[in-house]
Design a protein around this ligand. Structure first.
Ligand SMILES: Cc1cc2nc3c(=O)[nH]c(=O)nc-3n(C[C@H](O)[C@H](O)[C@H](O)COP(=O)(O)OP(=O)(O)OC[C@H]3O[C@@H](n4cnc5c(N)ncnc54)[C@H](O)[C@@H]3O)c2cc1C
Length: 571
């Protein structure tokens, strides 16, 4: 028996990258190709919906912005690890995507002259984040989802989680997917696939991600032989609401919000005297950590220190029209109104600069397999991403990879179909080893231990001794007997899904720790107390982690430098 389902192009994930890829694949293969969108959540529950502050693009060269400036800001923001050819492609394609969304109905905020409005984000030399209130992701997702429904060659499979990718002789051929509603594992054959499963998500406990954001795509690609690139670089966003961890967008600072410590001091003047609160995220998060370590934090409701983001200077009108979403979060989740009171905040895990290794066009080393959005590493973000570049990256590489995947199929590349033997291992694991088997240890305790371990050993500051302890803990967790789900029901067995996710989380955390231990320098978001300086002689290179049964094998490859030689980063 062959596959249960056969599509031409499979898109895994329905966030901004997945939906943009689906539309482009469907458009390229109209009347010829079937595009299947398989997604673990309901479409509009993808994490992209919660993007708040903005989407970067150069729109007004006649008013002072330029491609060169966006390229340089991004390369400098990346601490010179980004591939500069990819950044150039990104910057040049970004305005097309903003206008494309506009044509599809995106309600971009406007200036008084009727043109698309833009605001500042950290590390930008020019205000170039386009926005729609502070709910940019919600409006972008709605626009793309509406548009995708116009293509009758797109078929949605919501609440279908891919659990294993099948590759034969270096070519992609399909995957296994768990349909949550029925508990059935389907075999899906596809001639081409765009992996768009989003960031590695909740490997940390204090994080801005939704609970469904787990590193499924990273792990599946890694296990299928594609290396994971630059996984040591985890971004901590400076301002997450205490105690929930809900993001307070950087746009709040872009609009004029300031950061203050317990003494009421605007401490950023010590750390980024020119850019102040609009410095890049790695520098601000470290500054906040230092302030709290020096005793200038405020005791929080969760027993952890925090600082304040003060928006009172913006005035009621601006907060209500441009930051309405975060005002709601503050009122509902922290009981304060930012019009009258400062917001308690501290840094939270927010974004993974690293991901599935791809070339400049999003293609992986496996023929027929692309990766786009946060799960991919092209790399335009290097060691630190600038705010508002990620949603743009999803749009730009969603479009590039969707088109490339469709063209690949139209060009008639042959591939084998999935057959019964491909799915034996995963079916055995799910049906024989997990379902109806009582675990000796509670999987959710294991997840808590994993997250606490990442918070303690691989956070804003790192050093060898604690990271080695962290790695040992991860390896111990791998051996623990948490694999099992007492409930043998096949219908909506979310515990089963969670156990599969926790397995993938542990393996991905191991890659992060091994990559971080091997990078004996400080660059961007990777700040080592034992190697506090950037070391371009030995580490101006991307990390590549390959799967082996004994843990990741590390190799390195140089970044593409076209124009900007690395210099010291000052803000
Ligand atoms: C709170 C928050 C606010 C942000 N604000 C901004 C902002 O203002 N500007 C900006 O540029 N960036 C922002 N970011 C970052 C940006 O939103 C994300 O990087 C981006 O939206 C990721 O999109 P994506 O399409 O790659 O994945 P996601 O939107 O994360 O979607 C992943 C998709 O993959 C699916 N999936 C996952 N696993 C599987 C599986 N096993 N099988 C099938 N499907 C699977 C999920 O169901 C989902 O549909 C923000 C991030 C957060 C967390």
């Amino acid at each position: 028996m062959g596959a249960d389902i056969d599509v031409d192009v499979a898109i895994l994930g329905s966030g901004l990258a997945g939906l943009r890829a689906a539309i482009e694949a469907a458009r390229t293969g109209r009347d010829k190709l079937v595009v299947g969108v398989f997604t673990k959540t309901q479409v509009m529950r993808s994490h992209s919906v919660s993007a708040e502050g903005g989407t970067a693009a150069v729109l007004y060269t006649d008013e002072g912005d330029s491609f060169q400036s966006h390229i340089y800001d991004t390369v400098k923001g990346s601490d010179f690890l980004a591939d500069q050819d990819a950044v150039e492609l990104f910057v040049k394609k970004a305005p097309e995507e903003i206008l494309q969304l506009e044509r599809w109905g995106m309600p971009w905020a406007r200036r008084p002259d009727g043109k698309i409005a833009q605001r500042f984000f950290g590390g930008q030399s020019y205000p170039r984040a386009c926005f729609a209130e502070d709910k940019v992701g919600f409006f972008e997702m709605s626009t793309l989802y509406d548009t995708s429904l116009k293509y009758d060659n797109i078929v949605f499979y919501p609440e279908w989680a891919a659990v294993d990718l099948f590759v034969e002789n270096g070519k992609f051929k399909g995957f296994a997917a768990l349909e949550l509603k029925t508990g059935k594992i389907h075999k899906v054959s596809a001639k081409a696939c765009v992996l768009a499963t989003g960031g590695a998500g909740r490997l940390y406990s204090f994080a801005t991600f939704g609970y469904s954001s787990t590193p499924d795509g990273y792990y599946m690609a890694y296990k299928a032989g594609v290396p994971l690139k630059d996984m040591e670089f985890v971004q901590f966003h400076p301002t997450a609401l205490v105690p929930s961890g809900i993001l307070i967008t950087e746009a709040a600072r872009g609009e004029g919000g300031i950061l203050v410590n317990a003494k009421g001091e605007r401490f950023m003047k010590k750390y980024a005297p020119e850019k102040m609160e609009l410095g890049p995220r790695d520098i601000i998060s470290r500054a906040m950590y230092n302030e709290m370590a020096e005793g200038n934090g405020v005791e929080g409701p969760d027993g952890v220190k925090h600082l304040y983001l003060d928006l009172r200077g913006l005035g009621e009108e601006k907060i209500k029209t441009r930051l309405a979403g975060i005002r709601e979060y503050c009122m509902h989740l922290a009981g304060i109104d930012p019009i009258d009171e400062p917001i308690p905040v501290r840094p939270a895990a927010h974004y993974y600069m690293g991901g599935v290794d791809t070339n400049i066009y999003g293609a992986t080393q496996v023929a027929g397999l692309w990766a786009a959005g946060e799960v991919g590493c092209v790399s335009i973000n290097g060691a630190n991403r600038l705010g508002s570049n990620s949603t743009t990256e999803c749009l730009v590489w969603g479009a590039i990879t969707g088109k490339a995947a469709a063209e690949y199929v139209l060009a008639g590349h042959n591939h084998s179909s999935v057959n019964n033997s491909d799915s034996i291992a995963i079916e055995k694991h799910v049906y024989d080893e997990l379902l109806g088997k009582a675990p000796r240890e509670n999987p959710y305790d294991i997840r808590d231990q994993l997250q606490a371990n990442m918070e303690r050993t691989c956070h804003i500051y790192r050093e060898e001794k604690t990271m080695l302890e962290g790695l040992q803990t991860i390896r111990n967790l791998k051996q623990k007997m948490f694999r099992g789900v007492v409930d043998s029901s096949r219908y909506y067995n979310t515990n089963l899904m969670n156990v599969l996710e926790i397995e993938m989380m542990i393996e991905t955390a191991e890659v992060i720790l091994v990559s971080a231990l091997n990078r004996r320098e400080s660059r961007g978001a990777h700040a080592r107390l034992d190697y506090p300086k950037r070391d371009d002689v030995n580490f101006l290179k991307h990390t590549l982690a390959y799967y082996t049964e004994d843990g990741p094998r590390i190799e390195y490859v140089s970044p593409v430098i076209t124009e900007y030689v690395p210099t010291e980063r000052r803000y």
